[in-house]
Design a protein around this ligand. Structure first.
Ligand code: ASP
Ligand code: MG
Length: 441
């Protein structure tokens, strides 16, 4: 079985939904289709929740009506027959009636998550109606029946696998299954979600749960690019990445894939393919266990980074100093991204500042603390340590005109991370693009 996940822009217009239908009916392999909400819908739902949370019912009502109008214009362009149009009308009526009822009751976080779930419920139901109209046999697979997270918001892969396998066993002749990305149940059995962009995560979790042959992520770009196409003019898709390289890139800014979506696929060695709905024959990016390619493959940047330096003469020849520092960050559940050390000082970077004051106060008992905000991590991914001579030289040469705050090299074989002031981010990405890649065109 294979997984095909389509993002918001791939289902965001009636003609795109028809394209998705073509893509999922091309092959013979049984397929689970995971859909995001139509593009713009989840943002609109977030807005409705915010208005309700602020107690501004008029604003919430206005936002509900705008979204409603969008769907009322969408389905007549999607469907042709009267009976399926009537079905779509009923689906839309039901979901917007639910949103309108919320204007009359008191708001809470659980209700907010119910609001956020409407997008994927609408997109999958409308798409399923299109398949009905075209008489394409398919099974509707409600994600809320099998997708779940525990009290730490971590997906329960074992349970998901058990439930999903049982549901699939009840449909032995099913070839096409349609389900929602993003949404799940939490440990209180309430509707919850896998965080923004979480449909990729759903696809990868399903792929792992049923040990699929491949997990295809269909978006509106031809794969993961070797640099940020929004910032740098010349970029190209990367043909192949290892799971480790892809995880690094997804985390450090390549927006195309949700960073958490690598581990489930990696766990069961299910290859992940990033493909383009607008250009289905393009190779895209293949992410798998082992790749042969060497050298620098891609550059990504993540800003909003804060560097914290702790300096102490007591660190000299001492053991246990690093542990004491890390314990402070652990206590405040603040992940550390980069770390560099000297004999008397340690620098780390964080991007979650919610406990910075408490962290600072505790670190000050260990030494002198300096904080630099507005930094950016430039992450260079590829096979760089030992295999490729001179790769680090071309990286550093490209950055001669930029003050470098931290360098982290050798932590893994496929990554160099460099910290610069965020105001140098664009310049760094551009000079690295010219300096480390060979461009023949
Ligand atoms: N619809 C959700 C979002 O916009 C999930 C997704 O598209 O991946 O964040
Ligand atoms: Mg996405």
């Amino acid at each position: 079985m294979k997984i095909m996940k389509f993002g918001g822009t791939s289902v965001g217009r009636p003609e795109r939904m028809h394209q998705v239908k073509d893509l999922i009916t091309r092959g013979d392999e049984p397929t689970i289709v995971v859909l995001s909400a139509l593009s713009g819908t989840t943002n609109a739902l977030v807005g409705i929740g915010e208005a309700l949370a602020a107690g501004d019912k008029a604003l919430a009502k206005g936002r509900i009506d705008t979204l409603h109008a969008h769907y009322l214009a969408f389905y007549p362009a999607l469907l042709k027959k009267e009976f399926t149009k009537a079905k779509a009308e009923e689906i839309i009526r039901e979901h917007f009636e639910f949103l309108n009822i919320l204007l009359k009751i008191s708001f809470n976080e659980a209700i907010n998550r119910d609001i956020l779930a409407q997008g994927e419920l609408l997109s999958t139901k409308l798409f399923y109606t299109l398949l009905e109209e075209l008489e394409i046999p398919a099974v509707f697979l409600p994600a809320l029946d099998f997708m779940s997270i525990d009290e730490n918001s971590e997906p329960e892969l074992g349970k998901i696998s058990e439930k999903l396998t049982a549901i699939l066993a009840k449909n032995p002749d099913g070839r096409l299954f349609i389900t929602q990305g993003y949404i799940c149940k939490n440990h209180k059995n309430e509707v919850d979600n896998l965080k923004r962009g979480g449909s990729d995560y759903t696809a990868s979790l399903i792929a792992a749960a049923i040990k699929a042959s491949v997990c295809e992520i269909w978006t509106d770009i031809d794969g993961m690019h070797n640099n940020d196409p929004r910032i740098v003019d010349r970029t190209r898709p990367i043909a192949e990445l290892s799971f480790d390289e892809a995880a690094e890139l997804a985390y450090f800014g390549a927006k195309i894939l949700h960073p958490a979506s690598i581990w489930p696929a990696q766990l069961y060695n299910v290859p992940v393919r990033l493909l383009n709905t607008m250009e289905p024959s393009a190779h895209g990016t293949l992410i798998k266990e082992k790749v042969e390619t060497t050298g620098v493959k891609a550059i990504a940047a993540k800003d909003g980074i804060t560097a914290v330096k702790i300096k102490s003469s007591r660190m000299l020849l001492a053991y246990g100093f690093l542990r004491r520092i890390f314990e402070v960050f652990e206590k405040y559940k603040t992940p550390i991204d980069m770390i560099t050390t000297s004999e008397v000082a340690v620098s780390v970077t964080i991007d979650d500042l919610s406990h910075l004051d408490q962290i600072m106060a505790e670190l000050q008992t260990l030494g002198t603390v300096e904080v630099d905000q507005n930094q950016a991590i430039i992450c260079i991914v590829g096979n760089m340590v030992s295999e490729t001579k001179g790769a680090i030289k071309s990286v550093m040469d490209s950055l001669v005109d930029i003050p470098v705050r931290m360098v982290s090299y050798g932590g893994s074989r496929h990554n160099v991370s460099i910290l610069v002031d965020a105001k140098y981010k664009v310049q760094a990405l551009k000079s690295l693009n010219d300096g480390v890649f060979t461009w023949n065109n």
